[in-house]
Design a protein around this ligand. Structure first.
Ligand SMILES: [Fe+2]
Ligand SMILES: [Fe+2]
Length: 199
């Protein structure tokens, strides 16, 4: 696996200044969340640094990396270029930087879509992408508060917003995104039902 110092040089080469700053922000925020929720901070930092590496690659090049990964994706995925870069980056870092750690690869791959059954590091990078200190959007404080209470709650909140926007604008919604949403909502509902039974 390529050492962090080299990853940083790669970031500078591949991304504009603002996105480099965002990547450092996500890496630091991912470490904070990893310490809070008991994940490996080094893996969190590495995945945070790498998550947007392919964001400025031409879309055709991103598609090449996705094809090389051999992952089967649905039509909706291919109609939403903004979500490609996570999948492209996972394959890119596997081949170009010799990252073989599945946890890191998945955290990078699914940061744009989520998926059903995300593991802790995936949840952390997914959330850190939206709570890093440089982020400024109307709901950011709500998402930060939720992130400190429950990663799952923060993810559901984020997905409700992104899926809602896609629905309003008539966009296609990829399978992983729906699956992530359904799984977390069903899990939450069954936990609430269990709690109700015990009370
Ligand atoms: Fe991204
Ligand atoms: Fe990002």
């Amino acid at each position: 696996m390529e050492p962090v110092e080299q990853v940083k040089l790669r970031l500078e080469r591949m991304l504009p200044e603002q996105r480099v700053a965002h990547s450092y922000g996500v890496a630091d925020e991912a470490v904070r969340l990893a310490e809070r929720y008991g994940a490996d901070p080094e893996k969190a930092y590495y995945a945070g640094l790498c998550h947007d590496l392919c964001k400025n690659m031409p879309p055709e090049e991103q598609l090449q990396w996705i094809k090389r990964s051999g992952i089967i994706l649905d039509n909706a995925f291919f109609h939403e270029p903004p979500i490609w870069h996570g999948f492209a980056a996972a394959q890119y870092i596997r081949e170009e930087m010799d990252v073989q750690e599945e946890e890191i690869l998945q955290a990078v791959r699914y940061h744009t879509t989520g998926r059903a059954g995300m593991h802790l590091l995936e949840k952390i990078v997914f959330v850190a992408d939206l709570t890093e200190p440089g982020r400024a959007y109307p709901d950011v404080d709500t998402v930060r508060t939720l992130a400190d209470r429950s990663l799952e709650q923060a993810i559901v909140y984020i997905l409700r917003y992104t899926l809602g926007k896609l629905l309003v604008n008539g966009g296609a919604i990829c399978r992983d995104c729906w699956a992530a949403y359904n799984q977390l909502v069903l899990e939450r509902n069954s936990q609430a039902a269990e709690k109700g039974v015990m009370e």
